[in-house]
Write a protein that binds this ligand. Structure first.
Ligand code: PLP
Length: 427
């Protein structure tokens, strides 16, 4: 039988680091990544045939559970008509209409193939629309890997403790201002100094790439006010939170209306997709209507659109979010109980179907606080859980994801595993 180690070694011969996205390599937790052969509902199976309860959820998309029969059927049906046309389809129109219906801040939306493309294009649009150069992002928020956003970014980079990426000329990021998440005073000061040069603020309205960090009261409201006052655009990067934190994303939870929103993950139901949208007046600046260029061979791919549409349909069924939210809340309550039993400094938080676990006694609100977590304890916990058949995100700086298939049986098994894992942390 081929082991994870065998295939990982082989992978490293022809794929840099053996993986196609850095955080998959287990660098921060050590050990061997699991090579997945199959997923169904709340479970994944590795190449050795071992089953895991999955809290990775493909990093967010798997909200209705893996290989949901209706989503699989929609994809299968779509494939019979051809995989890609490079010409418009009705499905794209229906998906755009659905997104606009669900998120009132969006009047028009352009589909792309990833979250990175969505944020990169939204930034270009914001610059093109305002005629300004500078953008604000927040330390610990990750918006994909385009040059101007790869500045002290989170996710994989944060995990490696690398503040930026080689290969990005300083000039390319010279217009990106990086501020501290949840520090509205710094944002105010920045606007007082250079407000009329700022094209946009891009923010994860609930951050999920420095573990889970919620906005403090007044932060998002303050961003909205400042953008409006100075004529800058507010971009909510809801690639992770969109249809995950709640049925209308964070904008639905807070009532704060961004000028532009970026989406991906859930709206592709596990297939590659992304989107950016907002007011028509702004979106009309995109080619072919306007002067801001943006395009994509596989944009609005019919298979991705079919998976996304079916996923959104399933999400809209009565009680979906109530069930998902209460399962996620039950998860963190159970984990906190087990941690307390073993006297571990531990806290946890959740919103909708995403959660954060922190090896520190209180929930962090700042990037620096996230870094005060006990990383050694997390790594021990992570591997003990993996041994017990529970697959968490392989980094202390990532949020976790629950699906509609994480029922009581799955949760109870998670708690049994956590009991043993926390005991190892305490030892
Ligand atoms: N924005 C956020 C908030 C994300 O979480 C991610 C990916 O995790 C991205 C953008 C980039 O999306 P993608 O990986 O699809 O390029």
């Amino acid at each position: 039988m081929m082991t994870n180690q065998d295939i990982f070694q082989r992978a490293q011969q022809t794929i840099p680091g053996g993986v196609n996205s850095p955080v998959r390599a287990f660098k921060s937790v050590g050990g061997t990544p699991r090579f997945i052969t199959r997923a169904e509902g709340a479970h994944i199976w590795d190449i050795e045939g071992k089953q895991y309860i999955d809290y990775l959820g493909s990093w967010g998309p798997a909200i209705v559970g893996h290989a949901h029969p209706e989503v699989v059927k929609a994809v299968q049906d779509a494939t019979l008509n051809g995989l890609s046309f490079g010409a418009p389809t009705e499905g794209e129109v229906v998906l755009a209409e659905k997104i606009a219906e669900l998120l009132p801040s969006i009047e028009q939306v352009r589909l792309v193939s990833s979250g990175t493309e969505a944020t990169m294009s939204a930034i270009r649009l914001a610059r093109g629309f305002t005629g300004r150069k500078k953008i604000i992002k927040f330390e610990g928020c990750y918006h994909g890997h385009s040059d101007s956003l790869l500045v002290k970014a989170g996710s994989g980079l944060l995990t490696f403790g690398n503040p930026s990426s080689a290969g990005v000329p300083a000039e390319f990021v010279s217009h990106t201002i990086v501020l501290d998440y949840n520090d509205i005073d710094k944002v105010k000061k920045t606007f007082e100094e250079v407000g009329h040069d700022i094209a946009c603020i891009i923010v994860e309205p609930i951050a999920g790439n420095m573990n889970l960090v919620k906005p403090v009261v007044g932060f998002l409201e303050g961003l909205r006010e400042l953008c409006t006052a100075y004529g800058a655009l507010l971009i909510f990067d809801e690639v992770m939170t969109g249809f995950r934190a709640g049925p209308k994303g964070v904008q639905g939870l807070t009532g704060i209306k961004p000028d532009l929103t970026t989406l991906a993950k859930v709206i592709g139901g596990g297939m590659p997709v992304g989107a950016f949208g907002g007011r028509k007046e702004i979106m009309q600046h995109i080619a072919p209507m306007g002067a801001v260029y943006q395009a994509g061979t596989l944009s609005g791919n019919p298979i991705s659109v079919a998976a996304g549409l079916k996923t959104l349909e399933i999400l809209s069924r009565p009680g979906f979010y109530e069930k998902l939210t209460s399962a996620t809340e039950a998860l963190i309550t159970g984990l906190k109980e087990k941690a307390a039993k073993h006297h571990i400094a531990f806290s946890a938080d959740s919103v909708g179907g995403m959660f954060g676990i922190y090896f520190r006694s209180s929930i962090p609100t700042r990037f620096a606080e996230v870094h005060e977590s006990n990383i050694t304890a997390f790594n021990t916990f992570f591997h003990a859980m993996l041994d017990e058949g529970v697959h968490l995100a392989p980094s202390a700086f990532e949020a976790g994801f629950v699906s509609a298939c994480h029922d009581n049986e799955v949760l109870n098994k998670t708690f049994e595993a956590a009991d043993k894992a926390f005991a190892k942390v305490a030892a």
